[in-house]
Design a protein around this ligand. Structure first.
Ligand code: SF4
Ligand code: SF4
Length: 299
């Protein structure tokens, strides 16, 4: 595998071609998510595994799961038809790093097939520290980490459990481990020149007052952009059973204003895409590019 040409591009160049990092770019450049990662190693209270990961995608429709071989075939087919394609990412439907072999196997194939495309990975961050070298070697220039809290007493309201190296952690201990790994991973990636976007889910009554502190901390550790998205509660999740509510648009805007005044670059155009989304943001064309519609070996 040759190191990616895109990782050697200056950061401004990588920002300007990624539709999520640049509001301007989202009008011209398309992204493609490859749903190759089914498993997850934590349990968020808003999630129900029957749906896509809420960290980087919208619950409600389960993605068609692809093997790395199928993903490669699909990437080639889409690239041949979608000229604006600039980013190929893996965002679920579970946590990409809880499926490391499938995820990195897919990135290797993508890199060989399309050496100039930007690659992007989204994760809850639990096992990020084990993959920093691999991310760098594969030239993955953009990583999104979902960080909903930096205080374990708030985190315990968000995460039911965390599973790592054969041990299941619960309560404060689980949140403490996850948060420590997220922040270490963020700092390590930023130190290697990877552009890190932090996603945070605004959960009324849980982290609404806390996300300004989260933003300050992730900025200090090197995050390039912060994306606060409204809570989407999956049916059957713990939050659904507790009768929690999504934030109102004005609650989200108020919080974004507060974060903006701290000097952090904010993403305000997130469309909470599915883990198999294809096309310009807000224009999901995944149905046009189903695997069975693709030729076996596109040129
Ligand atoms: Fe669900 Fe959270 Fe795992 Fe994503 S990280 S699949 S939201 S439990
Ligand atoms: Fe970009 Fe948001 Fe879609 Fe992720 S979910 S690809 S950040 S628009």
């Amino acid at each position: 595998i040759q190191p990616s040409s895109c990782r050697t591009e200056p950061p401004e160049e990588r920002v300007s071609r990624h539709p999520c990092y640049s509001e301007e770019a989202h009008r011209f450049f398309a992204r493609m998510h490859l749903p190759v990662a089914p498993a997850c190693n934590i349990q968020c209270s808003y999630c129900n595994r029957k749906f896509d990961c809420v960290n980087e995608s919208r619950p409600g429709v389960v993605s068609e799961l692809l093997t790395p071989e199928e993903a490669e075939r699909k990437v080639k087919g889409v690239a041949a038809q979608l000229m604006q394609l600039s980013v190929v990412g893996i965002a679920g439907p579970g946590d990409p790093l809880a499926n490391a072999e499938r995820t990195f196997g897919t990135f290797k194939r993508v890199r060989r097939a399309l050496p100039d495309v930007l690659t992007c990975l989204s994760t809850n961050g639990l096992t990020l520290h084990r993959h920093i070298d691999e991310i760098e070697e594969l030239g993955i220039g953009h990583v999104t980490i979902t960080i909903n809290a930096i205080d374990p007493d708030i985190g315990r309201e968000i995460y039911a459990w965390v599973y790592d190296e054969g041990v299941r952690y619960e309560g404060r201990e689980a949140a403490e481990l996850l948060i420590r790994r997220q922040l270490e991973g963020l700092q390590a990636l930023a130190g290697r020149g990877v552009l890190v976007k932090v996603n945070s889910i605004l959960i009324p009554g849980v982290n609404d007052e806390h996300l300004v502190d989260v933003s300050r901390k992730v900025k200090e550790l090197g995050a390039a952009v912060h994306n606060v998205t409204p809570l989407i509660i999956a049916p059957g999740s713990r939050y659904a059973e507790e009768g929690r509510r999504a934030p109102k648009p004005k609650e989200l805007h108020r919080l974004q204003e507060r974060i903006g005044t701290e000097g952090m670059k904010l993403m305000r155009h997130c469309r909470q895409c599915r883990a198999d989304a294809i096309g310009l943001l807000g224009q999901d064309r995944s149905a046009d590019f189903r695997l069975e519609k693709m030729a076996d070996d596109p040129a």
